[in-house]
Design a protein around this ligand. Structure first.
Ligand code: NAP
Length: 279
């Protein structure tokens, strides 16, 4: 009999995860199904009880439940604890175990652009929310030696730097303005804020006037596929990376945890790009 998987969040109607996972199930020739469930904040505990009662085998968690869901799980894996958020849950014989595949998903997509040089690249992360925590944690763990952070709210960046530096990274916390002035120091600049996301596509998280040509500029946003930040960076000769690869990888890693099988990432990416109008 097919097994049920899903996504909980609010809102979820535009999520690309159902088509991505259902297509991967079809390719495996199994009768599993992935369903998006719109769950309001006040209904989270009841939703988790429902998942247990119905024997749903695994699920993704998205905004606004990534942090609050942790208290309703039986176990949370070490990296997810460090990040402070869960985006993937596995139901192992009735025990709900939480993971975070956002960070590792981002790292895998980034390595395709930077290769092994990543460790030596002086890096600036803009933002200090959940996605920034995931990215900072995996990059410091990977061994990126200089990892600075700038955020609108400075205190949040300072807390992130003290809680998520699990490697030996040399870290400086900067204001957005300072980081902009010193942008020519950075080989890799990563926007983890929502600034520039549709419909506010004319917004920039940082000014690029001091960007060096050889830099890599990465934006976690995938809608639009090229944010203003990426368009300007590309215009200045930088290498750019959008959030599609991260989205696909975090989903593929979740799929592997649920099924033990690696899905076809290219097929997943095609489905996502089709939904985003990228073809
Ligand atoms: P979050 O926890 O709410 O954090 C939002 C971040 O954006 C904070 O640093 C916040 O700064 C900053 N921010 C928001 N509005 C701003 C503004 N007007 N000016 C300056 N800074 C602003 O959200 P999140 O979960 O980290 O997600 C952030 C982005 O990453 C979203 O665009 C999301 O779509 C994207 N994302 C992509 C993937 C993927 O698979 N590609 C996965 C996860 C997230 P303050 O701290 O000052 O509020």
């Amino acid at each position: 009999m097919g097994k049920l998987f899903g996504l909980i969040g609010h809102p979820v109607s535009h999520s690309m995860s159902p088509s991505m996972h259902n297509d991967a199930f079809r390719n495996l020739d199994v009768d599993h199904h992935y369903q998006a469930f719109d769950v309001k904040e006040e209904d989270l505990e009841a939703a988790i009880s429902g998942i247990r009662a119905l024997g749903i085998k695994g699920f993704n968690v998205t905004i606004p439940h990534k942090v609050n869901v942790m208290k309703f799980l039986d176990e949370v894996e070490e990296e997810a604890k460090l990040i402070g958020a869960v985006n993937t849950v596995v139901n192992k014989d009735g025990k709900l175990i939480g993971y975070n595949t956002d960070g590792e998903g981002y790292l895998q997509s980034l390595l395709k652009v930077t290769g092994q040089e990543l460790q030596q690249m002086k890096t600036l992360i803009i933002g200090a929310g959940g996605a920034a925590r995931a990215v900072f944690t995996v990059l410091s763990k990977y061994g990126v030696s200089e990892l600075d952070i700038a955020n609108r709210t400075n205190e949040k960046a300072a807390i992130l730097a003290s809680e998520c530096n699990c490697g030996q990274a040399d870290v400086e916390v900067l204001s957005i303005e300072e980081a902009g002035e010193r942008l020519n120091e950075y080989d890799l600049i990563i926007n983890t804020t929502s600034v520039g996301m549709s419909p506010h596509t004319d917004h920039l998280p940082i000014h690029l006037k001091n960007l060096k040509k050889a830099a890599v500029v990465s934006d976690l946003i995938y809608n639009p596929l090229k944010t203003k930040l990426l368009l300007e960076a590309e215009g200045k000769g930088a290498t750019i990376l959008n959030g599609v690869g991260m989205f696909v990888e975090q989903g593929a890693l979740a799929f592997e945890k649920w099924t033990g099988v690696a899905p076809d990432r290219h097929e997943m990416e095609n489905i996502v790009l089709k939904q985003l109008g990228g073809f």
